[in-house]
Design a protein around this ligand. Structure first.
Ligand SMILES: Nc1nc2c([nH]c(=O)n2[C@H]2C[C@H](O)[C@@H](COP(=O)(O)OP(=O)(O)OP(=O)(O)O)O2)c(=O)[nH]1
Length: 137
């Protein structure tokens, strides 16, 4: 049986914009944009991993609000699941503390202005469609 590791990506949505984060490492991914997130730890629920990764990487107090249906293959053995998330009241604004060197809030009309990781393009497209159907504000 092949190993399969789930990476969660957070679609952090605030004021009608989605947060994109520019990776600072490793070299082959640096400079490309992604949904913040990371690997789900053993015995960790994916939505808890989203909250943890957002705290560690961006210093925010967030909550996961739902899962975007589907799953996107990354390089083997990783697969990405995307969760929508929002900042909890009183949260600090996101800062690139770990893994990223720049953040950008994108309106849906500007979503393709940044150079997303190749693997993220279908996930971001489906996430936007999901947000359009389910979220307000
Ligand atoms: N977080 C994240 N990782 C992605 C995305 N797209 C994509 O191909 N990846 C890849 C990069 C990495 O090979 C892997 C996740 O690694 P990561 O470095 O973010 O995970 P992590 O925070 O748990 O890292 P670590 O504990 O190994 O340091 O998935 C994405 O949108 N978000």
């Amino acid at each position: 049986m092949s190993e399969r590791i789930v990476v969660v990506g957070a679609a952090l949505w605030h004021g009608g914009r989605l947060l994109a984060a520019r990776r600072s490492a490793p070299a082959e991914l640096a400079g490309r944009w992604e949904l913040p997130g990371g690997k789900v730890e053993p015995d960790e629920a994916p939505d808890a991993a989203v909250v943890r990764e957002l705290r560690e990487e961006l210093g925010v107090d967030a909550e996961a609000t739902g899962r975007v249906p589907g799953e996107w293959p990354l390089r083997t053995p990783y697969v990405m699941q995307v969760w929508t998330a929002r900042l909890r009241p009183g949260s600090a604004p996101p800062r690139p503390l770990q893994d990223h060197d720049e953040l950008c809030w994108l309106t849906p009309g500007r979503i393709w202005d940044v150079d997303w990781l190749d693997h993220d393009v279908p996930a971001v497209r489906d996430t936007l469609a999901h947000l359009g159907a389910h979220e307000t504000g």
